[in-house]
Design a protein around this ligand. Structure first.
Ligand code: UDP
Ligand code: MG
Length: 327
């Protein structure tokens, strides 16, 4: 029988774990779906991991691991994918903002042959105005840069084993899961859902973390900003040709004394362009630097008992193992 793995990244979510486990296991058992839940505690500073451990002791279908520090949701998703053994894998938030009722629909589509099932947001749920605006801006920028419509996409999706395996072979460290599932292709279906309200705790994203996320993802997925530098250069050259001619003509006709304003403006404009360009290039060099260092995406410090028993089909024989601290 086919096995469904569900990956749930969790950062300071102690209040959510037991409820999420109850809801998901109830739903999946009611629908007769064989399942396993894989929780990744992303360096939580509260009792998230002990909650996971407690759940794992009660239910052998639950496993989990804890990062040595906060590595971010992307890393948690990839660590989770690596620990799964299911024929299909669903990634969802553990705060139940991704409605579990959609899971049977995704599963059905997978049974009918879909290899990727995208969860498409129908509405963004209740959020503060600042969050809505910054998230809106983020998706505008991303959609433009990646040239894929990201507006309604989310991290809530089902992936076939094949797709998971492909994603796990990608060598890059700066991943953007949401866009990668578009990028890899495969037979894609989608389901729409309404974002639910968060039950406990609060959103882990601040305006600045979202902006940082936007810039990192934009540059890891697109080189358009670099091409923009070329365009800025071309525009300045065009501008300088015009001024060059004007200056020469003025010089020839002997009216070329005043003009400090022009000089100051030119220095300011060109200086600004140069610094901006250097900044953009620097950002890409930073990305290259990070990739070249080849550090692991995450470090696992602890695992639940069940996970340690190496029970699952493919996890745990991986290179990431070397990076683990045994406890
Ligand atoms: N999350 C994570 N690491 C982080 C931030 C968030 O694993 O550094 C998890 C979090 O526990 C949740 C999911 O990512 O399961 C979505 O986070 P959150 O609910 O804070 O974001 P929002 O729903 O407001 O976009
Ligand atoms: Mg949430």
């Amino acid at each position: 029988m086919a096995l469904l793995s569900i990956v749930l990244p969790a950062y300071n979510e102690e209040q959510n774990i037991s409820n999420t486990v109850r809801v998901l296991s109830g739903l999946l058992e009611a629908n007769g779906i064989e399942y396993e839940l894989v929780f990744i505690s992303d360096g939580s500073r509260d009792g998230t991991f002990s909650e996971i451990q407690k759940a794992a002791e009660e239910n052998p279908r639950i496993r989990g691991a804890e990062f040595s520090r906060n590595f971010g949701k992307e890393a948690a998703i990839f660590a989770g994918l690596k620990l799964t053994g299911g024929n299909a894998v669903i990634v969802m938030d553990c705060d139940l903002q991704h409605p579990p009722e959609v899971i049977p629909k995704m599963w059905q589509l997978w049974l009918e042959g879909a290899e990727v099932v995208e969860g498409i947001k129908q509405s963004r749920g209740k959020e503060s105005v600042a969050h809505k605006l910054s998230a809106g801006l983020f998706y505008k920028i991303m959609s433009g840069l990646i040239r894929m419509d990201m507006n309604a996409s989310s991290d809530f999706k089902l992936l076939d084993r094949k797709v998971v395996d492909v994603l796990l072979t990608l060598p890059e460290r700066n991943t953007f899961f949401r866009a990668l599932s578009f990028w890899v292709g495969f037979r894609t279906e989608s389901v729409t859902y309404e974002v639910q309200e968060r039950q406990f705790g609060e959103s882990k994203w601040s305006f600045f973390s979202l902006m940082k996320y936007a810039v990192t993802n934009a540059t890891s997925f697109s080189t358009l900003p670099l091409q923009l530098v070329t365009v800025m250069g071309l525009v300045s050259i065009l501008f300088s040709v015009v001024l060059f001619i004007q200056t020469l003509v003025k010089f020839m006709s002997g009216t070329a004394v005043e003009g400090f304003t022009t000089v100051i403006l030119l220095i300011l404009i060109i200086g600004g362009f140069l610094m901006l360009s250097l900044g953009i290039i620097g950002h890409y060099i930073a990305r290259i630097y990070e990739e070249v260092k080849g550090r692991p995406k995450y470090i696992i410090s602890r695992r639940t008992k069940e996970a340690e028993r190496k029970s699952c089909r493919r996890a745990f024989q991986t290179d990431e193992e070397e990076n683990e601290v045994s406890s």
